[in-house]
Ligand binder design. Structure first.
Ligand SMILES: C[S@@+](CC[C@H](N)C(=O)[O-])C[C@H]1O[C@@H](n2cnc3c(N)ncnc32)[C@H](O)[C@@H]1O
Length: 447
C-alpha cells in the first residue's frame, strides 16, 4: 500500500495510540527563582500526557512552536574542544546530539509526529496556535496530516524562512529555505500583524496622498504588513547567541512568531527545544514557557543558556526512570567563624570528578582513551555546569549559585556566609549531559 493510501488509516491509529500512552513520572531536579516555567529532559510524548492528565493543562498553552527532526537521514552531534594545562593538547571529543535517521522510513517518522500533534491540539488554548518548523524533506506530508487534525480552515500560513548559509550543489538549485506551517486551534485565534519595509520601485518617492514614506541608506520605502517570506540570517559562528548545538535556530525568527501570536504573560511551549531558542526568547519577551527535549546534550545546553539569562526562573524536571551513568564530585568544604558576627563563612572547592562506569558514556569506543586520560589527570574539565544550594531543605533543590563552563574554563569554588552548620547540596552536569546530585553535611571535613 502506498504511503498516500495509508495516511488516513495511520492518522486514525495514531489518535488511538496516543490515548494509550502513559503519563511520565517527573522529579524536580532544580528550581531557579519562582520556578514557574518548565525545562524538561524527557520524551515529549510522556510529558504532554503528564501536562494533560496530572497538571490539567488542556487548553492552557497559547502557542506551541516545534522544530522537530526533519527526516534528514542524518545524525547530529558536536565536537567539544577541551583545554587542559595538566594534559596539554586534548583531542576534541565528539558528542552525540540527536538522530534523524528513520530505518522504517517516512511512515514511522510521520507516526511519531502525528501522535504528538493530537496531544498538542488538546494542550492549545482556543485562541492559540501551532507552528511546525520543517523543510522539503517532509513538509508536504505533514501539511496533509495537520489539515486533517486541525482542519483545513485553520491553516493560516506557510512561512518561508530564507537564509544564505549552507552549501550549494551543481545538480540542483541551492536549498536555502525552511518551511513553517502555522495553524490556529480555531477561527478565534490571536494574531497581531507585524510591519516591514517595502522599497519603492526605483527606490524613489511616490508622493501618494496620505501615504507615509521614509528613506534609509538603500532608498525610499513605505511600511506594509509583513509578508510570508522572511529573510533572517542563521546563527553565525561568531554570533553572541551561538551555543554550538547543531540545528540551532535564530532568536530573531522566534521573536517574530512570538510578537505575532502571543501577548506578554502568555504561555508558550517548545517540545523539541534543542539548545533552548524558544525558552530563551520567550523569557526575554516576558512570555511564560515550557521547553522539553529528549537529548541529554540539548537539556544541558538549554539549562546553561537559561540559568545565565532567565529573568523569570524555572523548574528543571527529569523523567525519574531515565537511566544515566553515575558521576560523583569530590568536594572540599571549609567552615570558618567570621569576626564580629554570628555568621560563618563556608568555602566550597571542587577537587575532582569520577564516573562510575566509563562504558556507559554515549561516545564512540575510540574516544574512551581520551576520556580516561582526562578523568585521571584533570577530571574537572569534564564539568559543564554545577550549582549549589547552601540552605538545602531536603525537598526542593533551589541553588543560590550556579556556574557554567565558558569557552574553556569553569569556576571551581565559591563562598557563602551562613548562620548554622547543616547540609548543602550540589548538582553538576558533565559535558555529556549526565546529571549528578550530592547532599553534603558541612563542618569542615572533606567529602
Ligand atoms: C532540530 S532540533 C531543535 C533545535 C532548536 N529549535 C534550537 O533552536 O536549538 C530537534 C530536537 O528534537 C529533539 N527530539 C527528538 N525527538 C524528541 C522527542 N521524542 N521528545 C523530545 N525531544 C525530541 C532532539 O533531541 C533535538 O534536540
Amino acid at each position: 500500500m502506498s504511503l498516500l493510501t495509508k495516511l488516513p488509516i495511520m492518522i486514525e491509529e495514531c489518535e488511538k495510540a496516543c490515548r494509550e500512552i502513559e503519563a511520565g513520572n517527573f522529579a524536580i531536579t532544580e528550581k531557579i527563582g519562582n520556578g514557574e516555567n518548565l525545562l524538561v529532559h524527557s520524551d515529549n510524548l510522556t510529558l504532554m500526557k503528564y501536562l494533560l492528565e496530572q497538571k490539567a493543562m488542556g487548553q492552557k498553552i497559547n502557542l506551541i512552536y516545534i522544530d522537530p527532526p526533519f527526516y534528514s537521514k542524518a545524525n547530529y552531534g558536536t565536537e567539544r574542544k577541551l583545554s587542559s594545562e595538566k594534559i596539554g593538547k586534548v583531542p576534541s571529543i565528539k558528542q552525540k546530539a540527536y538522530h534523524d535517521v528513520w530505518e522504517e522510513g517516512m511512515e514511522s517518522y510521520l507516526r511519531m509526529l502525528t501522535e504528538r500533534f493530537f496531544l498538542m491540539k488538546e494542550l492549545l488554548a482556543e485562541d492559540g496556535c501551532l507552528w511546525v518548523h520543517l523543510d522539503w524533506h517532509s513538509v508536504h506530508y505533514v501539511k496533509v496530516i495537520l489539515d486533517e487534525i486541525f482542519g483545513e480552515k485553520n491553516f493560516i500560513n506557510e512561512v518561508i524562512w530564507n537564509y544564505k548559509s549552507g552549501g550549494v550543489s551543481k545538480n540542483y538549485f541551492a536549498r536555502k529555505h525552511d518551511t513553517l506551517l502555522f495553524y490556529a486551534k480555531s477561527s478565534n485565534y490571536y494574531f497581531k500583524a507585524q510591519q516591514e519595509k517595502s522599497y519603492n520601485r526605483d527606490l524613489k518617492p511616490y508622493r501618494f496622498k496620505g501615504v507615509a514614506e521614509f528613506k534609509d541608506e538603500v532608498g525610499w520605502y513605505t511600511m506594509v504588513n509583513m509578508k510570508d517570506v522572511w529573510q533572517i540570517n542563521m546563527v553565525g559562528r561568531t554570533s553572541a547567541e551561538r551555543t554550538g548545538y547543531a540545528t540551532q535556530k535564530p532568536e530573531q525568527l522566534i521573536e517574530r512568531i512570538l510578537e505575532s501570536c502571543t501577548r506578554e504573560g502568555d504561555l508558550c511551549a517548545d517540545f523539541f527545544c534543542g539548545s533552548g531558542t524558544l525558552p530563551a526568547t520567550a523569557d526575554r519577551m516576558g512570555r511564560r514557557w515550557i521547553a522539553c527535549d529528549l537529548g541529554a546534550l540539548a537539556a544541558v545546553n538549554t539549562q546553561k543558556r537559561m540559568v545565565e539569562s532567565t529573568k523569570q526562573g524555572y523548574t528543571f524536571l527529569r523523567e525519574s526512570k531515565k537511566k544515566e551513568w553515575k558521576g560523583n564530585l569530590k568536594v572540599k568544604t571549609d567552615l570558618r567563624a567570621l569576626d564580629d558576627s554570628d555568621k560563618m563563612k563556608l568555602a566550597v572547592t571542587l577537587t575532582g570528578y569520577e564516573i562510575e562506569s566509563i562504558l556507559d558514556i554515549p561516545v564512540e569506543k575510540k574516544q574512551l582513551p581520551v576520556i580516561k586520560e582526562i578523568l585521571s589527570k584533570d577530571s574537572l574539565q569534564l564539568l559543564d555546569y554545577w550549582s549549589i544550594d547552601f540552605e538545602y531543605n531536603g525537598i526542593t533543590y533551589s541553588p543560590q549559585l550556579s556556574f557554567c563552563k565558558g569557552s574553556d574554563s569553569i569556576s571551581l569554588g565559591c563562598e557563602w556566609n551562613t548562620t548554622a552548620k547543616g547540609t548543602i547540596a550540589i548538582r553538576c552536569i558533565d559535558i555529556f549531559g549526565n546529571n549528578s546530585f550530592q547532599i553534603i553535611p558541612i563542618g569542615g571535613k572533606d567529602e
